[in-house]
Write a protein that binds this ligand. Sequence first.
Ligand SMILES: CCCCCCCCCCCC(=O)SCCNC(=O)CCNC(=O)[C@H](O)C(C)(C)COP(=O)(O)OP(=O)(O)OC[C@H]1O[C@@H](n2cnc3c(N)ncnc32)[C@H](O)[C@@H]1OP(=O)(O)O
Length: 252
Amino acid sequence: MTEPHPPRTTSKESTAIAPYRQSDAETDPEGSGEDRDQDRARAARELGDALRALTAAATSTEVDAATLRKIADQARDLTGPLSAASRTRHTAPSIDDAKPGRRMYNPAVGPGNPIAPPMRVEVGDGVVVGTCTLGLAYEGPHSYTHGGVSAMLIDQILGHAHAALGRPGMTVALSLRYRRPVPLETPLRLTAWVPEESITDRRTGPQATIATQDEPDRVLVEASGVFVVPSAEQASRIFGDSRLPSWQRDRY
Ligand SMILES: CCCCCCCCCCCC(=O)SCCNC(=O)CCNC(=O)[C@H](O)C(C)(C)COP(=O)(O)OP(=O)(O)OC[C@H]1O[C@@H](n2cnc3c(N)ncnc32)[C@H](O)[C@@H]1OP(=O)(O)O
């Protein structure tokens, strides 16, 4: 971990990442996908927002026990209607779109997942930038971010840097150095890049940092990863052929 700062230039010598707005495809339900699913995608985002607000309130509340129990009863009543039609772990969400990479329920970037901040990702010229603000639901040390949450966001942004070179891959190694605590309720900036020398046919060694948006050069967390594109045989063994909804399986 000798290079905690991302490349400052847009030189193709430092990395081969080319710019495009991955965030539109990844987190904007209106941006792509089947027409019939777009309204469900919008609704899933609305539910995610509402549950995020509920989670934020639930992890910061100081109301009395009777109020907590009353809200718990109301929350339990919400589960039944949602479970009336569900997918299993072997079926991708029908509102995901594998090709542009929209993952509605990804725990780091998925707007429909209440545990996702969600982080917004943009692929620039040579770097990938993620932005988010973490509330009290993500607290580790008092008033600072849990180290595992930082690791999740880092894993995700490293994965985007790897994927921006062509094919999505899987993390096979991840190393983090926590230099300073990451403050809650503070806009954060994650930056990831792929050093040219770390790229092989199958594997990349992306690097990333976390900083605040106000002080982007003051590194709080630095990380490096190894990402691998599974072979066709490995992908088939890991995911089977049921990882995509049927209408997508027909298309790709
Ligand atoms: C728009 C879309 C956006 C999409 C953006 C999506 C972002 C998602 C980000 C989240 C990603 C995840 O969480 S992924 C979930 C967590 N990861 C996993 O579950 C992966 C579990 N691992 C595996 O299943 C397996 O490792 C495979 C199938 C991936 C590969 O198996 P394998 O072929 O046997 O290879 P393996 O031994 O693992 O090593 C692979 C290569 O990495 C090297 N390697 C292994 N460890 C290290 C290491 N510590 N340091 C250096 N190099 C290493 C090996 O030498 C080898 O190099 P060489 O011989 O090839 O040269």
